[in-house]
Ligand binder design. Structure first.
Ligand code: FES
Length: 122
């Protein structure tokens, strides 16, 4: 199981997890979009670490649902995704914009179970 938000792991048992796809559906370092409840979630699997990340698919700068089509990379030690629109980068772990820390994407808990990827909306 991979959980992104450590502080929330203790509460994981009480969260409602939604099945989104098979683990094998996620291509390393490429985003995928999933509808969880009524929210578009951008999912990422890092090739280097196999870690999963789930963030809002909505780019606050362009107001378009495009984060899942962003370019995965890193800035220093920080794994990030750059919006395909105006290229702002977001920390995959926290959702904070590296170019404007006053802006951040909502991040969601994501885990892998029995070959399936599950997301819980925070
Ligand atoms: S609907 Fe998924 S990326 Fe646009």
């Amino acid at each position: 199981m991979t959980a992104v938000l450590d502080s929330a792991v203790l509460d994981a048992a009480t969260l409602t997890w939604q099945d989104v796809c098979a683990s094998g559906d996620l291509i390393p370092d490429r985003g995928a979009c999933a509808l969880v409840g009524d929210q578009q979630v951008a999912l990422f699997r890092l090739g280097a670490t196999d870690e999963l990340y789930a963030l809002s698919n909505h780019d606050p700068f362009s107001r378009a649902n495009v984060i899942s089509r962003g370019i995965v990379g890193s800035r220093g030690d920080v794994a990030k995704v750059a919006s395909p629109m105006y290229k702002q980068s977001f920390d995959l772990r926290t959702g904070v914009c590296l170019d404007d820390p006053s802006v951040s994407l909502p991040v969601h808990l994501v885990r892998e179970r029995d070959g399936r990827v599950e997301v819980a909306l925070a």
